[in-house]
Design a protein. Structure first.
Length: 339
């Protein structure tokens, strides 16, 4: 007799590269149905989304064995509640925003009282929370000590179609990538810090890729050595990685940053803050700041270094974050729960 596939309800709010990757992983082995809690601003619009989700669950929850939810937030509360009441399995993937609380810029699922309660309920009563990096699991334990959790790194599909000559010298370029359209994003990604470093390190060219027109005024006055580019296609982004000597990730809140991993894959020496998964991505192959210190960065860049790390960057990223590791971990987890 052929064993019936488990049926999974895949709940998400924004549809991102990471959510798509997990959907593809799960859909390869299970019957998966997507449900989007569409992100909306305003109490009434959020309430409408709640009602839609409530009616969907009332009439459809019986069809599913597992509820798999990307991010803890408004949209994770009802799925976890229904799963708990009906004794079904529920998983909440934790990506960074959901354990963040930076009220001065209204950032994070924990930044508002009601939202925080719904998010923490999701963490507390989910069958298992799945932080994408160890730093987020530590943060989860701080905000919700009773949550059950297991870290599974997000994975990347690395397609290196050519051999990268990592031994060649690079241009004096420091790069960062961030789709930025507003002040909140500008601050979260530490682009004010990136600008400060540009002002104090005039011998280097600083490039930000991903700045939308509406956000350009945030950088004024723009230093002469700072260049802002709009979002670009992946093949053009790779050309930036290949040119840059350093890649900077000065975020104030972060998960496991995709662009940082890609930049290291292509040989950029990383500079980063000790937030979320940044230090895990960097490992021993760059500079991790325990606190913001522009003088420390300048010293690191200007002091003569025997650069033996660049050739190991690609290998480090592939060995730690290749997509197959996440695929195997999720498959093993769900297989174990079926037994």
């Amino acid at each position: 007799m052929v064993e019936a596939k488990s049926k999974i309800l895949f709940v998400y709010s924004p549809w991102t590269t990471f959510t798509k990757t997990d959907y593809d992983i799960l859909a390869a082995k299970y019957e998966v149905v997507k449900y989007q809690f569409k992100p909306r601003k305003g109490l009434i619009k959020v309430a409408i989304q709640f009602l839609k989700q409530l009616f969907f669950l009332i009439f459809n929850i019986w069809r599913f064995d597992i509820l798999y939810i990307w991010f803890g937030d408004y949209h994770s509360f009802l799925p976890v509640l229904f799963a708990k009441v009906l004794k079904k399995k529920s998983f909440v993937v934790i990506g960074g925003y959901d354990v963040a609380n930076i009220p001065e810029i209204n950032y994070g699922s924990l930044s508002r009282p009601i939202r925080k309660k719904l998010t923490l309920f999701s963490f507390r009563y989910a069958t298992l929370c799945l932080p994408v990096v160890e730093g987020l699991e530590e943060k989860l334990k701080q905000v919700c000590p009773k949550a059950k959790s297991q870290t599974i790194h997000t994975g990347y599909q690395f397609q290196l179609n050519e051999k990268i000559d990592l031994a060649t010298s690079r241009e004096k370029i420091i790069l960062t990538v961030s789709i930025t359209e507003n002040y909140q994003r500008y601050m979260i990604k530490g682009l004010d810090r990136f600008k400060e470093l540009a002002e104090k390190l005039p011998e280097y060219k600083f490039i930000i890729v991903g700045v939308k027109e509406a956000a350009k005024s945030l950088f004024e006055p723009i230093p002469e050595n700072l260049f802002l580019y709009p979002p670009v296609e992946q093949n053009e982004l790779i050309s930036f990685y290949k040119q840059a000597c350093y890649y900077a990730q000065f975020s104030r809140s972060e998960g496991l940053p995709n662009a940082l991993c890609e930049a290291m894959l292509y040989g950029c020496v990383p500079l980063g803050t000790n937030v979320g998964g940044i230090s895990t991505a960097i490992g021993h192959y760059g500079l991790v700041l325990k606190k913001w210190d522009v003088a420390q960065i300048i010293s690191y860049i200007r002091e003569p270094q025997i650069n033996t790390t660049r050739n190991k960057l690609s290998e480090h990223i592939i060995n730690k974050f290749e997509i197959n590791y996440r695929t195997q971990a999720l498959s093993q987890l769900l297989h174990t729960l079926k037994q």
